[in-house]
Design a protein around this ligand. Structure first.
Ligand code: ATP
Ligand code: MG
Length: 436
């Protein structure tokens, strides 16, 4: 058994011994029934937060007002939440207050039937107040209760429905789907951070292609990522892109994501985001500077989603550079080495492999680059500098902006293998930049 599951069972045992009811709740029950390892084991109990805090040595009252206490044991931290019923959602995000109740009303406040199951580790019983087991077997995402009302309480559930349907490859029950389509526009009333969190989960948890298809079918894509919706119907030259328009290509690319970093996943999603606005019809369809334009758009999108700066910059870089990779075999050695040693190059190569797989399928350039990198001597990629600014001063040069120019030229020559020693470097510098 998963050691975290055993630890969660011990927490339940401690609560039960103290006279409380304690059950596994929500996502972990769903995942255990599906035979997939849960991300977390959450526990629901009739013990009040103060009772939970009294019973365990290390606790963190993360949301005591909402009945949530984190219990820390050597195996990790576990959320122990008091059975509760949510009051009205005044801000569409968080209940105005909660009332502590019993397991049944706690099930009824949860979003989807498959997420509203409990499991009693001692009797080995699944406790199902909402028909969650039936939906789990049939592969259905269905809200607990009236879909419209449940989405109106918290519009994030619109995205969660799509995420779970994609990740589990389930269908969305008809009334639930109709409510999502009717309310799609309201997703904009959710905070960008929460939206970003859901989108990143969709992109990295598997089946991102279906997630984006569903975002489109539900009408939410146009609201959360209009730039991606804008790829639809944008034709491309069939020779390079036999698969179809830019949106079709992008969805196909998402299919090839395999446990990607968030930056790679976003890079793949947005690599051609500049195409719709740069499309021209000349001798053939062209997209002048789409990578550069797309990088700016990707940066704006990431900022809008309030992503961390490092992710934003990496995504923008991946989009901006993705067309340069094909030129690598023809580059001068120094330029090539400078490129492959950049942070993020392996993500860029992954992106370009996916780009090829989702279009013409020809991986020969990617394989050439992989072979090139395999045979590179690491010390020739980032060699010790042959000269420094101090050496130039010692040679009689006055410090100034050209120091960078000179040192870069020396490094280029070194990367090309034309200059190997400090003496050769001095000679080269004296030849090209005579001292006044
Ligand atoms: P994951 O595997 O992605 O963590 P999960 O089902 O565990 O999926 P969480 O976001 O961790 O999802 O939430 C835990 C549980 O809390 C859910 O299973 C669900 O019962 C409930 N829940 C979470 N978010 C909401 C929400 N916005 N509205 C209603 N119930 C929710
Ligand atoms: Mg969870």
């Amino acid at each position: 058994m998963d050691e975290r599951q055993a630890a969660a069972e011990r927490i339940c045992a401690r609560l039960t011994a103290a006279g409380y009811r304690a059950l596994f709740a929500g996502g972990c029950v769903r995942d255990v029934l599906l035979g997939v390892p849960p991300k977390d084991f959450d526990i629901a109990t009739n013990a009040r937060p103060e009772d939970v805090q009294a019973l365990f040595e290390k606790t963190i009252p993360v949301g005591a007002a909402f009945g949530v206490v984190r219990v820390r044991v050597p195996e990790g931290e576990f959320e122990v939440a008091t059975f509760r019923h949510d009051g009205p959602y005044l801000d569409g995000r968080r209940p105005s207050h909660v009332t502590f109740t019993d397991a049944k009303s706690d099930a009824l406040r949860r979003d989807f039937t498959i997420n509203a199951l409990f499991y009693d580790p001692f009797s080995d019983e699944v406790i199902d107040y909402v028909g969650g087991q039936r939906d789990l077997e049939a592969g259905v995402i269905r809200t607990v209760g009236d879909p419209r009302q449940r989405f109106e309480e918290d519009y994030l559930r619109l995205l969660r429905a799509v995420r779970f349907a994609a990740r589990l490859d389930y269908c969305i029950e008809e009334n639930t789907m109709a409510a999502i389509q009717a309310l799609a526009q309201n997703i904009e009333r959710t905070s960008p951070e929460r939206i970003a969190d859901e989108l990143l989960k969709m992109l990295t948890e598997g089946n991102a292609e279906r997630a984006f298809q569903l975002l489109d079918e539900t009408g939410m894509l146009n609201v959360v990522l209009p730039e991606v919706a804008g790829m639809k119907g944008v034709e491309q030259p069939a020779g390079f892109h036999p698969e179809g328009d830019v949106f079709t290509h992008t969805l196909l690319a998402l299919r090839h994501l395999d446990h990607p970093t968030p930056a790679l996943a976003l890079g793949v999603l947005l690599h051609d985001v500049g195409k719709p606005v740069t499309q021209t019809f000349e001798d053939r369809i062209r997209f002048h500077c789409h990578a550069k334009v797309g990088a700016e758009m990707a940066r704006d999108i990431c900022k809008r989603l309030r992503l961390a700066n490092c992710t934003t910059e990496r995504v923008a870089w991946l989009v901006e550079q993705h067309m340069r990779v094909a030129d690598i075999p023809d580059m001068r050695e120094s330029r090539r080495k400078r490129f492959v040693r950049e942070d993020g190059f392996s993500e860029l190569l992954d992106l370009c492999r996916i780009d090829c797989l989702a279009s013409h399928g020809d991986l020969s350039t990617i394989q050439w680059i992989e072979e090139y990198i395999r045979t590179l001597e690491p010390e020739t990629v980032r060699p010790e500098p042959l000269l420094t600014g101090h050496d130039l001063i010692a040679m009689g040069y006055t410090p100034g902006p050209w120091f960078k120019e000179i040192l870069d030229a020396v490094e280029d020559a070194q990367l090309e293998g034309e200059v190997r020693t400090p003496e050769e470097a001095c000679t080269m510098v004296r030849q090209h930049w005579p001292c006044e």
